[in-house]
Design a protein around this ligand. Structure first.
Ligand code: NDP
Length: 451
């Protein structure tokens, strides 16, 4: 069976899961040359097995709001693949969460975690709960109810969740507290913990920093650096904030940020002081990005217009694009606009932000294009470092963790380039990431027999 037919089979077995189909297709279509070189993977049906979660957990999450009204949300954990380590991947709390989205994320996570060089399998989970507009007490009650079921499926050697959209330090704290109470043990069962209770320095910064380190590596292949370049960032959450911080540190200028209502453009650049304002606005006040232009009046705000077939943020003239909001946020038209307006480097902080049409435009136009599973792997890599520190009950300094993160991003970049070259697709980071990530997992699955 060729990879197209295998993909078709996955689609038939998993109807109504478009994001999952998209992620599987994107990986499978680059693996043909690998299967030709390794007939043993075909014989052992590795592709068929890798697209089937090892375990799928779905559960009811009942909770009460501050007025006493009862709400029922749905909780999930997808334990996708444990060939190279315990399941590892974030929890997403967002109203759009469903099985398709979590399966796509869990599938991507398997390859991403393999790329980090650390021993972590792939998983993902979350809920259709929307933390927006909820009080701290409501968020706490929800997290506690969620953990009342999840605790029996996870553990430091089994499955180690982390944050994702809608799950930051506050939520990880509530989840950890309930896990500890139920299990009566203090272990590294979640990452992204607070610094006083087992969290790693640099974990909050890691995904955004890593995304920019990866972009810097790609730029270096064309003898360029961030200094003097203009960058577009989407999102204004965890990943976006630290991407902006690192671009500034490397001498570049970020001129956009966004949220689900619209985007701001600040031609003068979002410097350290303005970024501190955004961090307070988003992390403490939990406000909207539109408020930025009230404080910095030279900046412009544009609300999302659902009737448009593109996102005007990606039509702003710049050199580098750093998507850091959500999946499928850059479509074919957006990619064309980016290329037309000078962007020659795209490093993905969000997971699968570019549609297949958009990816095609980048590859055809020889854009330096780092896919999420490589470019945003810094977050989970640093989660892996948090797990190591928890195991040895020791904390590394900020510099030590940042240095390790930087080293990991450099080696991911190198491995992607080498794999792409070896399998006849030089410079194609998408193929390189898929192949390098896949080989380690596939070989480990073979070693462990039919399980
Ligand atoms: P946050 O919740 O901190 O921030 C998400 C940001 O994206 C917010 O600004 C949010 O706006 C915006 N956003 C979310 N959904 C949409 C949407 N449907 N349309 C437009 N904007 C949207 O999440 P993170 O920063 O942690 O995650 C961002 C991306 O990075 C996700 O794709 C995630 O999977 C990926 N990622 C995160 C990692 C991490 O370590 N946190 C690791 C690897 C990948 P609003 O405030 O309006 O909701």
């Amino acid at each position: 069976m060729n990879t197209d037919a295998m993909c078709e089979k996955v689609i038939q077995r998993n109807p109504n899961e478009p994001e999952f189909h998209q992620a599987v297709k994107e990986v499978f279509e680059t693996l043909g040359p690998v299967l030709d070189k390794h007939p043993e993977f075909r014989a052992a049906k590795i592709l068929e097995r890798i697209a089937e979660p090892e375990r799928l957990i779905m559960f009811r999450v009942p909770w009460q709001d501050d007025r006493g009204e009862v709400h029922i949300n749905r909780g999930y954990r997808i334990e996708m693949n444990s060939a190279i380590g315990p399941y590892k991947g974030g929890l997403r709390f967002h109203p759009t969460v469903n099985l398709s989205i979590l399966k796509f994320l869990a599938f991507e996570q398997v390859f991403k975690n393999s790329l980090t060089t650390l021993p972590m399998g792939g998983g993902k989970g979350g809920s259709d709960f929307d933390p927006k507009g909820k009080s701290d007490s409501e968020v706490m009650r929800f997290c506690q109810s969620f953990m009342c079921e999840l605790f029996r499926h996870i553990g430091p050697d089994t499955d180690v969740p982390a944050g994702d959209i809608g799950v930051g330090g506050r939520e990880i704290g509530f989840l950890f507290g309930m896990y500890k109470r139920l299990r009566n043990e203090f272990t590294g069962v979640l990452t992204g913990k607070g610094r006083n209770w087992g969290g790693s320095l640099i974990r909050p910064e890691a995904t955004g920093y890593g995304q920019v380190y990866f972009a810097a590596e790609m730029l270096a292949t064309r003898k360029k650096e961030f200094k003097g370049l203009k960058a577009l960032v989407s999102g204004s959450g965890n990943v976006a904030q630290y991407a902006v911080e690192k671009v500034n540190a490397l001498g570049g200028k970020v001129i956009t940020m966004s949220d689900s209502n619209g985007f701001i453009m600040d031609e003068e650049g979002i410097n350290a002081e303005k970024l501190a304002y955004v961090m307070d606005l988003k992390n403490v006040k939990r406000g909207r990005i539109s408020e930025y232009v009230k404080k910095y009046t030279k900046a412009k705000y544009q609300a999302i217009d659902p009737s448009l077939d593109h996102n005007p943020l990606w039509a702003v003239k710049a050199d580098v694009a750093l998507p850091a909001a959500t999946q499928n946020e850059v479509n074919g038209k957006d990619a064309q606009n980016l290329v037309k307006n000078g962007v020659f480097c795209v490093s993905e902080g969000s997971n699968m932000p570019t549609t297949p049409e958009g990816a095609k435009v980048f590859l055809e136009n020889k854009v330096l294009y780092g896919p999420g599973k490589a470019a945003n792997a810094g977050g989970v890599a640093t989660s892996g470092l948090e797990m190591s520190q928890n195991s040895i009950r020791y904390s590394w300094t900020r510099e030590e963790v940042d240095q390790k993160l930087h080293g990991i991003m450099k080696s991911i970049h190198k491995n992607c380039l080498e794999a792409a070259e070896k399998y006849g697709m030089p410079g194609n980071y998408v193929a390189g990431a898929n192949i390098a990530g896949f080989l380690k997992v596939a070989t480990s699955m073979l070693d462990q027999g039919l399980v």
